[in-house]
Design a protein around this ligand. Structure first.
Ligand SMILES: *C/C=C(C)/C=C/C=C(C)/C=C/C1=C(C)CCCC1(C)C
Length: 204
C-alpha cells in the first residue's frame, strides 16, 4: 500500500495511506502478541484491544474518506469513531475486567448495541444516502464496506463468546478465541485494504 500510494490520484492517496497504516499497526501488534503468547501461554488480550483502539477508528476514517467526495461530513466520522470506542471499551470490560458471573454477557451486550448502532448508521443512516447520491465506484465500494461491517465484524463477537463465560458458552465455548480473532483481523484489515486499493485503481 505504501509503495503504490504515489501512483494514485490525490483523491485516493490518503485512503491508500490509511490502508497501509491499519495493516502496519496490526503487524506491529501481532509481533508483540506472538512474543507475549509464547512467553506467557495466555491470550494477548491487552495488546489486542490496544491494536483495535487504533485500527478501528482508522477504519471509520477510511469510511469517511471514501464518502468525502460525495459530501460526507466530519460529524459522521466522529459519530462512528465514538460508537466504535464505546464498543471496544465495553468489550474490554467484559473480556478482561468484569470476567465473573453475568459480567461478560452484560458488557458484551452493551458492546453489541454500539456495534449495531454503527451497522445502522452505515446501512440506513446518513452514510448510505450519501453513497447512493454519489453512485458509481463510490457507491459499490461503500456497499462492500457495509458488508465487511455486517459480516466481517460479526466474527469478533463469536471470538468473544468463545473466550468468555456466559449463557452462550455451550454454543461457542469450543472455539479457539484467538484463532477466531486472528481470522477476523486478516479479513477486516487486509481484505478491507484491498477493497480500498481496488477502488483507487478503478477510479484512477
Ligand atoms: C481491525 C480490527 C477490527 C475491525 C476489530 C473489530 C472489533 C469488533 C467489531 C469487536 C466487537 C465486539 C462486540 C460486537 C461484542 C463483544 C466484544 C467485542 C469487542 C469483541
Amino acid at each position: 500500500f505504501f509503495l503504490s500510494m504515489n501512483s494514485f490520484d490525490n483523491k485516493w492517496k490518503t485512503s491508500v495511506l490509511v490502508s497501509g497504516l491499519i495493516t502496519f499497526i496490526a503487524a506491529v501488534h501481532y509481533w508483540y502478541m506472538r512474543d507475549y503468547c509464547s512467553t506467557n501461554i495466555t491470550s494477548p488480550t491487552f495488546f489486542r484491544y490496544v491494536d483495535w483502539v487504533f485500527t478501528v477508528p482508522l477504519w471509520c476514517v477510511e469510511f469517511y474518506l471514501i464518502l468525502k467526495a460525495a459530501g460526507a461530513t466530519k460529524q459522521l466520522m466522529w459519530k462512528m469513531i465514538f460508537a466504535s470506542l464505546v464498543m471496544l471499551v465495553t468489550g474490554y470490560f467484559g473480556e478482561a475486567v468484569y470476567t465473573t458471573g453475568s459480567g461478560p454477557a452484560v458488557w458484551g451486550l452493551i458492546s453489541g448495541l454500539a456495534y449495531f448502532w454503527i451497522v445502522y448508521e452505515i446501512w440506513m443512516g446518513g452514510a448510505s444516502k450519501l453513497a447512493a447520491s454519489a453512485g458509481g465506484a463510490v457507491q459499490s465500494a461503500h456497499k462492500t464496506l457495509c458488508w465487511f461491517v455486517l459480516v466481517g465484524w460479526a466474527i469478533y463477537p463469536i471470538g468473544y463468546m468463545a473466550g468468555t463465560e456466559g449463557w452462550y458458552s455451550g454454543i461457542f465455548g469450543g472455539l479457539p478465541m484467538d484463532v477466531v480473532y486472528n481470522v477476523g483481523d486478516a479479513i477486516n484489515k487486509i481484505g478491507f485494504g484491498l477493497v480500498v486499493y481496488n477502488l483507487a485503481v478503478q477510479s484512477k
